[in-house]
Structures are given as structure tokens and as C-alpha cells.
Design a protein around this ligand. Sequence first.
Ligand code: ADP
Length: 248
Amino acid sequence: LKTTSSILYLDGVSVSFDGFKALNSLSFVVEPGELRAIIGPNGAGKTTMMDIITGKTRPDEGIVYFNGEVDLTQKDEAEIAQLGIGRKFQKPTVFESHTVWDNIELALNRKRGVFATLFYKLTPEDKARIEEILETVRMTARKDDLAANLSHGQKQWLEIGMLLAQEPKLLLVDEPVAGMTDAETAETAVLLKEIAKTRSVVVVEHDMGFIRDLGVKVTCLAEGSVLAEGSIDFVSSDPKVIENYLGR
Ligand code: ADP
């Protein structure tokens, strides 16, 4: 195994489904504290890439280095989550019949392996951490409300808060602003930038206004490999990106 200072390093990752190469010798690097945006047409391999990182799918070839030198391709999903990778799927999955606070508390306890919250008394440090997470995800004023009563965008933020309670070193976020209002979308860019001050974040999105707001390095995938990588201005003016994605 190589030793690297990167939090995530996919080295020549390939995977095929029924002979179709969903990822084709993909290489991808994320540094500690980096916020990276991923764009690309449908079928480019974005979801497959997240599946490989989180251990849901095993690559046919290649290595995934995490946090220096751990090879994730040798770990299962639970081990990878435990190592510090959190994944937010597109659809929010919060506990609707619980309050915002309880949702975060449940997530905090899940990290400890305490399933019966009833029997676990929160320490002052736990409470302070929950308050801090609520503040980060703009939920302080809503902490006693049922999750069911939140807007779609607020549910997305709450779920990000639940993931933060697991203290991931790397957070993968799939299309967070789909279905959000313009104000929520703009706020999500600020929120993710704040989160990336204490961990690495990889966000997959189609909303180019949002990507522009993030102002971070962008990776455009197509046909299972990196088509272009760099600033949004650099990537969006690349003729290959225009042909394969933006111009469609
Ligand atoms: P994206 O997320 O960029 O839209 P995906 O990673 O979902 O792309 O898909 C890449 C390609 O791999 C697509 O052609 C898709 O149909 C195929 N694919 C993904 N997962 C599977 C699977 N489990 N079985 C068969 N084909 C799959």
C-alpha cells in the first residue's frame, strides 16, 4: 500500500456490470479539509463511485486509500462507516415522528452502539455537541419541532446533522439541493463550506448555480472516468464537458 497524506485516493478503480464499464480506471484524490464537487451526465458513474468508497460495491480493479493508507476495498460497509465515512443519499431519511433534537440524539447514540436511548443519559458534553450540530445545520430554532413539520430542505439539513453526530472524517453528499428553494440552496452552499472546515466533504450535484456558489474544485465524470477537473470556470469551458454534459 502507498502512504499518502490525502483523505481519499482512488487509484485506477474499474468496475463492470454485465460487461459494461461503469468505472474505467478512475483516479480521484481528496485532501483533508477539502470540499469537492462532482458533476457529470446521468450514467457517468457518480453513484457507482460513492458505492465503491462506502463498500457497497467492490471494484474489479484498483485500490481506494482512505486517511493515509487504509485500503477500503478490503473492508465491508459497516467497517468503512466506522472508519469515518458518512454518506447522505438524495432522499432525506429522518425520523418524522421524533423531534429535531431527538433525531440528532438518536444519531449520536447510534455511533456509540446504544440503541435504547431510554437507558443512556446524555453527558453535558453530548448536549453541547448536539447544540453545536443544531447550530451548524440551522436547526436551533426548530429543535423541539417534529421532523415531519420541517420543509424538504430542512429535512436535508437535519440529516446532515445526524451524519455529523457520527463525526465522519469524510462526508459524501448526494444531490443535497434537489427540490430545495433558492434560499435553501444558497444556505446549503454556506453550510457545507462550514462543515468542510473540520472534515472533508464530497458533494455530487447537477445544480450549476449551486456549484458556482460553492466556489471549490470540481470534478466532471463521464463514462466512468474523469473528464475534467479544476475550477468551475475551467471545467465548464472545457469543450469535452460542454459536449458530454453542459451542452446536452
Ligand atoms: P450516475 O450516478 O453518474 O448517474 P451510475 O453510477 O448510477 O451513474 O451508473 C453508471 C452506469 O453503471 C450506468 O450505466 C448504470 O446503469 C450502471 N450501473 C450502476 N449500478 C449498476 C448495477 N448495480 N447493476 C448494473 N448496472 C449498474
